[in-house]
Design a protein around this ligand. Structure first.
Ligand code: CAA
Length: 389
């Protein structure tokens, strides 16, 4: 029985900052951001958007009545959780109208959270072939104004329905993982902003990639020639270029060229959104599937998931016949193309706004919320209240 991604959708807030303009006010050569880092636009979350509302909106873009009846597990990967106790999955379950007899919970290991959800979903479906599982990766990446991490911020969510006999992508049942207690990136409970040792985080990412790729090759006897394309966790799009160059150091020209040509399609969406932490790898997969030429049925794609701190995993899957019929390119392109550009002053003002942390109540104006979308409507008596407009 094949198990894998039956549906995949994404969501990002409807406002962004242009990276060239941000570079200008930071006194940096714009090419550093657009070429050196590889980002064109950076999504900025308004106060009424958080990991929960974005996760719900990503899910609302793909779920139909049958999914709502069959989903019996909701897995929410995030490192931007909004409550130490209640999981984002419970709110998403409610906001998306999934049948009551489901389990819902949150998973955390930095950007690896959604991959943990996928692994768990595979096991659940193997035991319950009629079940469907909703897996979400939703995050807001924030390093703060005037930091070196600033151009690698972003906001958004990816939602996937996993099932048996999936229409889009069947996952292979083999992978290689690595866990090491390191401090490359972290966010203490009291901080809205992540702390990062930037250069070390890049090095760690690549050394985890090399290590798990080596183990994966040994376990499966597969090599680069067996992969039509590779997708990577994308903190910024240049990272995947470094990753491909690392893996193809000793590859033949044909493999290196094929992998690099698919790389261009796998970064189209991430380039316009920025880092979405748990969702970033899956946004890249979606970008490849929607923006690239139709891949032959059975083409194998390798995936590298990296969650700082750190856990890395290399795994793979194969595209299904007619997968292009089950994705929604027009919808996703329109989501990106109808966003509003923020001036850099507006961006800075939004970045400095924060929800109250002293227990006071707040009602959030929903004038900017698009009809049919989930949003954070209020905080009352220390409780977040979400609504659908
Ligand atoms: N034209 C073209 N390229 C230029 C340029 C110019 N004028 N000026 C600089 N560059 C290039 C540099 O050569 C460099 O390229 P390489 O990396 O290929 O050498 C690139 O632009 C970046 O320049 P710097 O290394 O000088 O940049 P920096 O010190 O300002 O920081 C960063 C870059 C480390 C990525 C920083 O933005 C950061 O800390 N970001 C957050 C952490 C992060 O994303 N880490 C990634 C791995 S960890 C992970 O993946 C988990 C996660 O999601 C956080």
């Amino acid at each position: 029985m094949n198990i894998g991604i039956d549906k995949i959708g994404f969501y990002t807030p409807d406002q962004y900052v242009d990276m060239e303009k941000l570079a200008e006010i930071r006194g940096v050569d714009p090419a550093k951001y657009t070429i050196g880092i590889g980002q064109e636009k950076m999504a900025v979350a308004p106060l009424h958007e958080d990991a929960v509302s974005m996760g719900a909106n990503a899910a609302l873009s793909i779920l139909d009545g049958e999914d709502r009846e069959k989903i019996d597990l909701v897995l929410f990967g995030t490192e931007s959780g909004v409550d130490h106790s209640k999981s984002g999955a419970v709110w998403v379950h409610h906001l998306t109208g999934i049948q009551e007899n489901a389990c819902s919970f949150e998973l955390k290991q930095a950007c690896y959270g959604a991959t943990a959800g996928i692994k768990m979903a595979m096991g659940h479906i193997a035991l319950n072939p009629d079940s469907k599982v909703l897996v979400i990766g939703a995050d807001i990446a924030k390093y703060g104004l005037n930091t070196t991490g600033e151009p690698t911020q972003g906001a958004g969510a990816v939602a996937m329905v996993l099932s048996s006999d999936p229409h889009i992508f069947a996952l292979d049942n083999d992978s290689a993982a690595l866990t090491k207690d390191i401090s490359d990136f972290w966010r203490p409970l009291y901080s809205d902003f992540a702390f990062v040792d930037g250069k070390y985080s890049n090095e760690s990412y690549l050394s985890f990639l090399k290590a798990v790729w080596g183990v994966y090759k040994e376990k499966t006897q597969r090599d680069l020639k067996d992969f039509e394309a590779l997708c990577f966790h994308l903190p910024y799009t240049k990272m995947a270029k470094k990753a491909i160059l690392t893996l193809t150091e000793e590859a033949n020209e044909e493999d290196a060229e094929r992998l690099m040509s698919h790389y261009q399609n796998s970064i189209v969406y991430n380039k316009q959104v920025g880092n979405v932490y748990t969702g970033a790898l899956y946004l890249s997969l979606l970008s490849l599937l929607e923006q690239g030429p139709e891949l032959k049925e059975g083409s194998r794609i390798g995936l590298f998931s990296y969650g700082s701190g750190a856990v890395g995993e290399f795994f793979s899957g194969v595209v299904q016949a007619d997968y292009k019929h089950y994705i929604n390119k027009e919808n996703n392109e329109s989501l990106l193309n109808t966003r509003r550009e923020l001036t850099t002053d507006e961006y800075e003002a939004i970045s400095e706004k924060a929800l109250p942390k002293d227990g006071s109540n707040i009602e959030i104006n929903n004038d900017q919320v698009v009809e049919g979308r989930a949003y954070l409507a209020a905080i009352q008596d220390n409780l977040r209240k979400y609504a659908i407009k």
